[in-house]
Design a protein. Structure first.
Length: 85
């Protein structure tokens, strides 16, 4: 939901590949931070130029639609979609 509102994801995972990374350009709509740099996150985020943030949000809008999940067709776990947004 946060992605749909334009919140740029900050990914803190060392040596982990993101889901669908072969088709989603995470580097264009998220910030990846090594675990060791967690204390620097505020400075890292503040250093992103406004123009770059706007480009990232445009890419994020495309990615958010791709990553949206709906259970309208039911899932294998018995959830029937009644709680979908």
């Amino acid at each position: 939901m946060a992605m749909q509102w334009g919140c740029i994801p900050v990914i803190v995972q060392d040596n982990i590949e993101q889901p669908f990374s072969d088709i989603l350009p995470y580097d264009q709509f998220s910030v990846r931070v090594p675990k060791a740099d967690i204390p620097k996150i505020p400075d890292i985020v503040k250093a992103i130029a406004p123009e770059k943030l706007e480009r990232m949000r445009q890419q994020l809008a495309c990615a958010a639609r791709t990553m949206q999940w709906s259970s309208v067709l039911r899932s294998d776990f018995g959830e029937g979609g009644e709680h979908d947004a």
